[in-house]
Design a protein around this ligand. Structure first.
Ligand SMILES: [Zn+2]
Length: 164
């Protein structure tokens, strides 16, 4: 679906470029439109609540016999999983969006660094502030990074240690 969207955007973009003829400004404009639309299509896909790493963690935690509340809006940062009686929360973070330090996945494309860096820094600052607020409320939290999800045995161990 996303591919189709991108293709249609791409088509209209090349039409725009043709229309612009010799006008360099218009051509640049067309390219900019395409980039923005493509960006938001990609962002919408990645930002959706049930991203894959989160589903993996949810399924795993559920299969371990724990029950949780999803995205509780009353808690700072709406943790992906909240264990109310234990006062514990799990965040599942995409490495790119949450700027996982030193992680390969979170590496910024050089060409767009100026565009992404302030956005991602903001995400990171917001994460840290939410986590501090959770602590103030007497909650413990665990951050599971997208890149840690490959090894489910290790992950299970980490979750078990956190919740028990
Ligand atoms: Zn990572």
């Amino acid at each position: 679906m996303v591919t189709c969207q991108a293709e249609s955007i791409c088509q209209s973009s090349s039409q725009l470029t043709l229309l612009s003829g010799a006008g360099n400004t218009l051509r640049r404009l067309a390219i900019d439109i395409w980039e923005k639309s493509k960006r938001s299509a990609v962002m919408a896909r990645i930002r959706s609540k049930d991203t894959k790493p989160e589903m993996v963690v949810r399924t795993l935690v559920f299969s371990m016999g724990f029950r949780y509340r999803l995205h509780n809006p009353n808690l700072p940062g709406k943790p992906d999983l909240a264990f109310t009686r234990k006062k514990k929360a799990i965040f599942v973070h995409g490495c790119f969006w949450h700027l996982h330090e030193g992680c390969k996945i979170s590496k910024l494309p050089k060409s767009n660094e100026g565009y992404w860096h302030p956005k991602l820094e903001k995400n990171r600052a917001r994460d840290l502030s939410n986590q501090a607020k959770l602590h103030e409320l007497g909650w413990d939290y665990l951050v599971i990074w997208e890149c840690e999800i490959k090894n489910l045995d290790d992950l299970k161990e980490i979750i078990l240690r956190f919740l028990t």
